[in-house]
Design a protein around this ligand. Sequence first.
Ligand SMILES: Cc1cc2nc3c(=O)[nH]c(=O)nc-3n(C[C@H](O)[C@H](O)[C@H](O)COP(=O)(O)OP(=O)(O)OC[C@H]3O[C@@H](n4cnc5c(N)ncnc54)[C@H](O)[C@@H]3O)c2cc1C
Length: 462
Amino acid sequence: MITNEIKAKIRAIVGAENALDSTIECFGYSYDSSFVPMETKNIPQLVVRPAAAEEVSQVMVLANEQGIPVTPRGAASGRTGGSIPLEGGISLSLDRMTKVIEFDEQNMMITVEPGMRTIDVYNYAAAKGLFYPPDPGSWKYSTIGGNVAENAGGMRAVKYGVTSNYVMGLEVVLADGTIIHTGGKAIKNVTGYNLTQLFTGSEGTLGIITRILLRLIPMPKMRNTLQMMFPQLDDACHTIRDMLLTGVVPATAELMDRVSLEAVARYRKLDVDPKVDACVIMEVDGDTKEDLKKQADRIETIAHKNSVLEVQVAASQQESDEIWAIRRGLSSAIGAMAPTRLGEDISVPRDAFPETVRLIRKISEKYKLTIAVYGHAGDGNLHPSVLCDLAKPEEAERAHHAVDEIFAAALSVGGTLSGEHGIGITKRPYITKALGEAGVNTLKLIKQSLDPKGILNPGKIW
Ligand SMILES: Cc1cc2nc3c(=O)[nH]c(=O)nc-3n(C[C@H](O)[C@H](O)[C@H](O)COP(=O)(O)OP(=O)(O)OC[C@H]3O[C@@H](n4cnc5c(N)ncnc54)[C@H](O)[C@@H]3O)c2cc1C
């Protein structure tokens, strides 16, 4: 319960206009981009929008003293319900903290506030000739703080890795208001435990990230796109495998199965060749035209050895944009196919990708549900989407069983529950299966030592 007295103290810290408590204002902070249904119990009592780490710290001191739950929030583009305030309390929105604090060209690093949009970090660096590679599909609206909290991935992960590969240091406000600084600009650093990586991917349960030091790399001078249509899923997967084995590493290697292609075709009023079972979209990058052509030629040769039906190498930026529009529009196209889409995010060893898709197809047949599968095939991260209508109880039951079996399938091939969306609320029931009792207990010990009262993002992960 947040009393009027506490609200007054919080308003004195952040300014009256940045502590919202009307139901209508708070309602907007009770859901995110996951399929967790909207419920009035998830409406926070207070939305707090601090402008600086010191303000976050003072709010946390109060929350910790009073035992008030605090749920950090970026842009709410999360897919696992992470920023939903399950126990009410404070929704701590970082949306006013959007500044670049320092651009250090000599060390190729940038220090930013957590509320900055991912695409703005990319654009800021790009304007200086440097490259921030992680590009979650949501990068036009997700925040960099949310990306760090989820250790977000994206399409370029196959060549450039994920958010954690770029986080050099953090400023974090702990549950009791203490401000700590982790990591730094030294490339090599083995001073104590690696707290930077501990907070990265901690889903807002261990501290509030208020400042982020990111490493940048030189921007490749040019890019091009290839689209390939295959008669069998295995042919598509083998092309990616053979290509990586021969040392060609594209920036992205995205795969869409037949169901996904049909979804896009329906959405964009196109036809899909009945012979096509899978589509792969790749981006190659480099510094010269010859460099790009060499990579594209090698990929094409490998694709032909794997029975490719059609290869399109974009001849212009417009063609490239058109190909990517198909991939970037996929999420909406699939979403439009059914009242509910249970969009998942499993990650498996690369060579288990086709086996996993086959297992998912069996699950689809078993439960008589359409399941679209697409994903970052280059790094083994799949997004199976179970299409259903959760309003129909019998169908909802089948859909939930299907999801259970998808996770079991991922674990059975040596994979994991999440490649990039985190555990949040939606995957809590499965975490012990993935990590074992002892593994989960170890995580809980870390949580207890940093947040003994359990006020930071309660109800998430386990
Ligand atoms: C269409 C679409 C495409 C997507 N594509 C991808 C993709 O390709 N790859 C990918 O990885 N994800 C993807 N996502 C998921 C989502 O965009 C990411 O998880 C993203 O990192 C969330 O950022 P956010 O700012 O919206 O955070 P939110 O959703 O607001 O929060 C996410 C979690 O981070 C915590 N948090 C937020 N800010 C902070 C902070 N400053 N300090 C501490 N904790 C904090 C929250 O409490 C919550 O647990 C996609 C989502 C959508 C809707």
